[in-house]
Ligand binder design. Structure first.
Ligand code: LLP
Length: 409
């Protein structure tokens, strides 16, 4: 979103305030150009490598976003039968979808395999089941837990020793035993370090662990390093330097392939990196409460629509779209939910008045997909702006939608 010379915000020449008038507030708006730019950036950083992007669609499953990904040559990583179905609806073939479960019922794995997906096996019991069920007739990848603590926020780290995800690298002997017992075709090793990881170092560290582990598996075709690249949350924020990461990992990957004796494919599964910056959540100020302790700005949204600030303490930049150049004042921006749903504390914003439209930045990832109907509130509509045109890609919910699953009407 840009500020114009006329001191108004615009996305591809479109006025977001008008969108909120047309589609209602609150409103999620995604900028397709940003998604295209981020994907191109990642592809460019690994240009010399046989690399595939598997978009972790838990970040944003809007079908229009998934179709855009497909159009630009990005494949899919899913974690549930529901996400798998979304992928199929968006036009993906089963074999373009990777299923990365986390302790799911094995029947979900069966359904994914039978629909052509490739699975990242995440536990010894699942590996046993996979071997018993498919022997050497279906390939799979193994999700390794490398026991590396990386990233700033403990709540979104996934590769440290205490993490529930994957099979510990310390259990390699046991893994090899099961693989041998059923002659399972292991075609790849996978790991996901966590989210919001800025530096190249943790990626290199876990890559080295996977490369070392790979020597025990002679039939590999894929090394999957997961997602987790850090994005910019406020102007000037430190982010993953994709060019640097690309150079460093490509170099090590090439050396590994030489040692391994074959050219493998390198996969990444970014969620945030591709969609976070593309999205804004536009909300309307319902009440400005001048309290002796704080100035509270209430908005017509809350943890039901964007839970990241409350769940992880995440910073989301806030813009006063209605008054970009007003005098800066400190505010606590809070929701309308009957919980302490604080979006921002003591935040300097251009003077806020009732009825103003505020925008939360970085709302393209883990925004609507983590939303709920708490307090019997409706989920907002979504708009995608692509090729200079805005269109609604999800309507706002109604009372009818909420009653659909109640059986005691
Ligand atoms: N691959 C796997 C196996 C994952 O579990 C995840 C995220 C990703 C890829 C994508 O990670 P990303 O590139 O988006 O960081 N809800 C949290 C983030 C936790 C996501 C869990 N897994 C947040 O809003 O910060």
């Amino acid at each position: 979103m840009q500020l114009t010379d006329q001191n108004t915000y615009t996305i591809q020449g479109i006025d977001p305030v008008q969108l909120t008038e047309q589609y209602g507030s609150p409103l999620y708006v995604y900028d397709g150009a940003t998604i295209r730019r981020k994907a191109a950036e990642l592809m460019h950083a690994f240009a010399g490598i046989n690399m595939k992007i598997k978009y972790a669609c838990k970040a944003n499953t809007n079908l229009a976003v998934l179709r855009l990904m497909r159009e630009i040559g990005v494949e899919l990583d899913v974690v549930s039968p529901g996400e798998f179905e979304m992928g199929k609806l968006a036009g993906y073939e089963g074999n373009q979808i990777t299923f990365t479960p986390s302790g799911v019922p094995f029947e979900e794995v069966r359904a994914a395999v039978e629909a052509g997906a490739i699975v990242n096996v995440d536990s010894i019991p699942l590996l046993e089941w996979f071997g018993q069920t498919y022997g050497n007739t279906k390939p799979c990848l193994i999700r390794i837990k490398p026991n590396v603590a990386a990233g700033g926020n403990a709540k979104i780290m996934t590769a440290h020793a205490d993490s529930k995800f994957g099979i510990s690298v310390l259990l390699l002997d046991q893994i090899l035993e099961v693989v041998k017992k059923y002659s399972i075709r292991i075609i790849g090793l996978h790991q996901h370090t966590g989210s919001d990881i800025k530096d190249a170092e943790p990626f290199l560290k876990v890559a080295d662990i996977l490369f070392e582990t790979a020597k025990h598996f002679p039939d590999l075709e894929i090394i999957d390093l997961g997602g987790g690249f850090k994005v910019s949350y406020l102007p000037g924020d430190a982010v993953t330097d994709m060019e640097l990461l690309g150079n460093k990992i490509s170099e090590r990957f090439n050396t590994f392939c030489k040692e391994y004796g074959r050219d493998l494919q390198l996969w990444f599964e970014p969620g945030k990196f591709l969609v976070s910056e593309s999205g804004h959540l536009f909300v309307t100020v319902t009440v400005v409460k001048e309290d002796p302790a704080r100035n509270f700005v209430h908005v017509d949204s809350g943890l039901n629509h964007l839970i990241r600030p409350m769940m992880y303490g995440s910073y989301h930049h806030i813009l006063n779209v209605s008054n970009p150049s007003g005098e800066l004042k400190p505010y606590n921006v809070v929701g309308y939910i009957c919980e302490t749903d604080t979006f921002a504390s003591d935040r300097q914003l251009p003077e806020v008045k009732q009825g103003d439209i505020l925008a939360f930045a970085n709302a393209g990832a883990y925004g609507l997909t983590m939303s709920s109907n708490y307090n019997t509130r409706f989920r907002p509509a979504e708009v995608l702006i692509d090729n200079g045109k805005a269109r609604m890609v999800r309507r706002r919910e109604t009372m009818e939608d909420l009653l659909k699953t109640q059986t005691d009407l």
